[in-house]
Design a protein around this ligand. Structure first.
Ligand code: HEM
Length: 110
C-alpha cells in the first residue's frame, strides 16, 4: 500500500512503473477472466471498489485513497462507470493509470 502511494506521487517515473510493476492486487494478466454485471455490482464500497469501464472490469480498491478527485469516485462503484469516467474529461495520465487495476472483462452472457 505504501509503495502504491509513493508510486503515484512520483510522477517522473510514473509511466515506467506502470510498465514494470505487476498489479499488486491481482498478480496476473487477466486476459481470460470474465465477470458478470451482477458480480461487479457486489463490489460497491470504498473498501471493495470494482467498476466496468469500456467493457473492462477494474478493482480500484487500492486506488480509492489516491484518487485526485476524491470520494466522488464512489458514484461509479459496482457499476458501468464508462460515462462517469469519460464525462469528467480525465487526462491521458488517468487513462494510463487504469491498466494496472484491470482484473478482467465484462461477460456478455445474459
Ligand atoms: C468513474 C468514477 C470517477 C469519477 C466520478 C471521477 C471524478 C473525478 C473528478 C471530479 C476529478 C477532478 C478533480 C479536481 O480537478 O479537483 C478527477 C480527477 C482525476 N481522476 Fe477521477 N474519477 C473517477 C474515476 C477515476 C479513475 C478510475 C481513475 C484512474 C484510475 C481516475 C483518475 C483521476 C486522475 C489522475 C485525476 C486528476 C486529473 C486528471 O489527471 O485527469 N479517476 N476525477
Amino acid at each position: 500500500m505504501a509503495g502504491n502511494i509513493l508510486e503515484y506521487s512520483d510522477t517522473s517515473s510514473h509511466f515506467n512503473n506502470i510498465r514494470t510493476k505487476p498489479d499488486q492486487a491481482h498478480n496476473n494478466n487477466n486476459a481470460d477472466t470474465y465477470y458478470t454485471k451482477e458480480e461487479v455490482a457486489k463490489h460497491n464500497t470504498k473498501s471493495d471498489l470494482w467498476m466496468i469501464i469500456n467493457n473492462d472490469v477494474y478493482d480500484f480498491t487500492l486506488f480509492f485513497n489516491l484518487h485526485p478527485g476524491g470520494s466522488i469516485m464512489l458514484e461509479g462503484a459496482g457499476k458501468d462507470a464508462t460515462y462517469l469516467f469519460e464525462d469528467i474529461g480525465h487526462s491521458y495520465e488517468a487513462v494510463s493509470l487504469m491498466s494496472k487495476y484491470k482484473i478482467g472483462k465484462l461477460s456478455m452472457k445474459i
